[in-house]
Design a protein around this ligand. Structure first.
Ligand code: DQA
Length: 143
């Protein structure tokens, strides 16, 4: 089974972008973490886009192919009803990941449209949050 690991705007700069908040690891490091976290028989496909529509297209693509989605929507978390609607068309498990502890930050980061759909939400565990989310999807997909 395939697990999509979707990343929204600005996460291509992970490792270079505000390292005090998001750390020094890159998205390539995240891809390696996700691969390592997969249970036997599972694989991950990590994608990143700065464009809302492209992320929505990938959610649609996942409808036919994926056992689950791990998603860090970046700032689209707080703004995108369209991304939430797309995730609502996807039946398998969805886990939302934030590298930073968004609830400790600005008030506009406290609300998430994606959380209205997600089966689990992880915030503030750094990139380890992705590994935990992948492990959880493997567990749910097996049950
Ligand atoms: C983020 C938190 C968001 O508020 C922010 O816009 C991001 C990254 C995180 O991983 O902590 O781009 O999703």
């Amino acid at each position: 089974p395939l697990i999509y690991v979707l990343n929204g705007p600005n996460l291509n700069l992970l490792g270079k972008r505000q390292p005090a908040i998001y750390g020094h690891e890159t998205l390539a490091d995240v891809a390696a973490l996700c691969t390592a976290a997969c249970a036997a028989g599972f694989e991950t496909k990590l994608l990143q886009s700065n464009h809302e529509g492209e992320l929505i297209d990938w959610v649609h693509e996942a409808r036919d192919t994926a056992a689950g989605i791990v998603i860090n929507p970046g700032a689209l978390t707080h703004t995108s009803i369209a991304l939430m609607d797309a995730l609502n068309t996807f039946e398998p498990p969805v886990i939302e990941v934030h590298i930073s502890q968004v609830h400790k930050r600005e008030a506009f980061r406290h609300h998430s449209y994606v959380s209205l759909r997600a089966d689990g939400v992880i915030a503030g565990l750094g990139t380890e949050g992705y590994a935990a989310a992948v492990r959880r999807i493997c567990q749910l997909a097996r049950a």
